[in-house]
Write a protein that binds this ligand. Structure first.
Ligand SMILES: C[S@@+](CC[C@H](N)C(=O)[O-])C[C@H]1O[C@@H](n2cnc3c(N)ncnc32)[C@H](O)[C@@H]1O
Length: 268
């Protein structure tokens, strides 16, 4: 299912997968909506210029717009931006194609940075935090919800019983994100929360990841295992599902965990 690649190839592939997913994203991304809602609760009640980093289809951006004078909505995937800008008519939002690791935004220009379920796709937490600190004005704030280590642990466990390859994304630890923010001069409050989704079978569980475009192997060094040995075919799917059912609840629903780090950062 997953292939390792260079940084440019990786970002092109990521943008392509998310662009493809744009049309169905909102109907499939329930847990992502819940996480964004919890992140929004950490924002100041009114913001002047807010940057939504990885705006996706813009459904969260719309909510952010209601509490900001101007929103700069950035995303890597053109398909996401096209979907957002054609379905949302809000003159206070600027839709911009861009990369969280290399923002085309001047320094000291943004009051608030918001990002939900995006930054785990970046290879370098240090580079992300450098950029956030750079664009923030003095005393500006960032609220970041990031998938971290512990996410998809059930899927990882069942794959580990078949071979030692890397079939599932390995996410950075929350402390690593915290350290990267601090190293770049941000004050940080960190909290974590686990969200779970439940699925009737493995096919729908995997579809919940693929359907929103999130089935790309992250180019990071969160672990050093880079190969996937077992071919992903019908027989593998059956084996995985049997193993998964052994750790599922009595209703025979399959769980999938999203471990989320909420970082509330202030530029001092
Ligand atoms: C799971 S979606 C989240 C969208 C939205 N924030 C939400 O909560 O519904 C992840 C989004 O991050 C974008 N993305 C991934 N890597 C990015 C990067 N390096 N810079 C900007 N956007 C990125 C993807 O294109 C995708 O639209």
């Amino acid at each position: 299912m997953l292939q390792f690649q260079t940084s440019d190839q990786y970002k092109t592939r990521l943008a392509k997968q998310f662009s493809r997913a744009a049309i169905h994203y909102d109907s499939l991304a329930a847990v992502q909506g819940e996480i964004a809602k919890d992140a929004i609760a950490l924002l100041p009640s009114q913001c002047h210029i807010l940057l939504d980093l990885g705006c996706g289809t813009g459904r969260i951006t719309q909510n952010l717009s209601a509490q900001s004078n101007h929103v700069i909505a950035v995303d890597l995937a053109l398909g996401m931006l096209n979907h957002a800008s054609s379905s949302i008519d809000d003159k206070t939002i600027s839709w911009i194609r861009g990369d969280a690791e290399h923002l085309a935004i001047s320094e000291n220009t943004v009051d608030t940075v918001f990002s939900s379920m995006v930054l785990q796709w970046c290879a370098s937490p240090h580079q992300v935090m450098y950029e956030i600190n750079r664009v923030l004005k003095e005393h500006g704030q960032a609220v970041l919800a990031i998938m971290v280590d512990g996410s998809f642990s059930e899927l990882k466990q069942v794959w580990a019983q078949l071979d030692a390859g890397r079939h599932v994304n390995q996410f950075y630890r929350s402390e690593l994100w915290q350290q990267a923010a601090q190293d770049n001069g941000l004050r940080v409050e960190l909290s974590t929360q686990c969200y779970q989704t439940w699925h009737p079978n493995l096919r729908t569980l995997l579809a919940s990841i693929k359907g929103i475009g999130a089935n790309v192997l992250i180019n990071n060094d969160a672990d050093n295992v880079q190969t996937a040995n077992t071919a992903f075919n019908r027989s593998t799917l059956t084996k995985l599902e049997t193993l998964y059912l052994e750790q599922s609840d009595e209703l025979q629903q399959l769980p999938l965990s999203y471990q989320i780090a909420f970082l509330h950062c202030i530029k001092s």
